[in-house]
Design a protein around this ligand. Sequence first.
Ligand code: ATP
Ligand code: MG
Length: 174
Amino acid sequence: MSRTHQRLFFALWPGEDTRRALWQVSGTLHQVWNGRRMKPDTLHMTLVFLGDTPVEKVAVLREIAAAMDTRKFEVTLNHASCWRHNKVGFLSPEDSPPELLQLVYGLEDKLEEAGIAFDERPYKPHLTLLRNTRCTTQVAFAPIHWHIEEFVLVSSTTRETGPAYQLIGRWPLK
Ligand code: ATP
Ligand code: MG
């Protein structure tokens, strides 16, 4: 592990009720699609992936996050699918709420202004439930209505047992 850099990302972090609902859907999908279930306490939706970031930039990241004026909103996760290229199985919202995009693009604009690198590929909101999976057929599940009241900054380290995430900041929405 580096002392000069941290692997960072901004994310939406589910509360207990949403986490339980996600875990249940993960089980339903896993029965049909197989693969490896992400542990319940790691489930999240990435907003902006920064990757390896010099630790001295964290103060600026906190300022950027604190300056966001996005209102609370709801995300409805009503779509389940897989990406072939990386075998990830995920939930996504059929409609992205404007606040979600405002938050993501707002963070990206400020990061760019500050000269902080991030993954600039087009944003595709998704919440990974399964790894090493393949969507063989459609699976029915009850949509999850997720009330978003805050966003977080996460530090990610890879352990033998899989990724470990540490929340290093959280900011309430308005
Ligand atoms: P591991 O890579 O150790 O198997 P992981 O993918 O969960 O585990 P990270 O690679 O640190 O851990 O990724 C953290 C989060 O950021 C995950 O939600 C991941 O999907 C997302 N992510 C990773 N790389 C990128 C990227 N280049 N662009 C956008 N999101 C990314
Ligand atoms: Mg990864």
